[in-house]
Write a new protein. Sequence first.
Length: 92
Amino acid sequence: DSILDGVQVYEARGLMGAKLAQKILNKYPDHDIDTVMPIPETSRTSALQCAQLLNRPFREGFIKNRYIARTFIMPGQEMRRKTVRLKLNAVK
């Protein structure tokens, strides 16, 4: 339900995914993309649209642990690095 400058954020994200897919198709018509993954998870709407237009499967690549604190506000780079490793888990 978020709206910025009169545009729904959900709609804008879908349009960004469509624009990215069109850019890929124009620049790399014989692309070898296997799958489309949203990273970070807020890009899910864009990734879904992109995958659909590229006719490629959409897959989750990382699962975020919601119980880990916000990493960007931690006091040091080493602490951020260690916490990100706990926060994001690769899907096998």
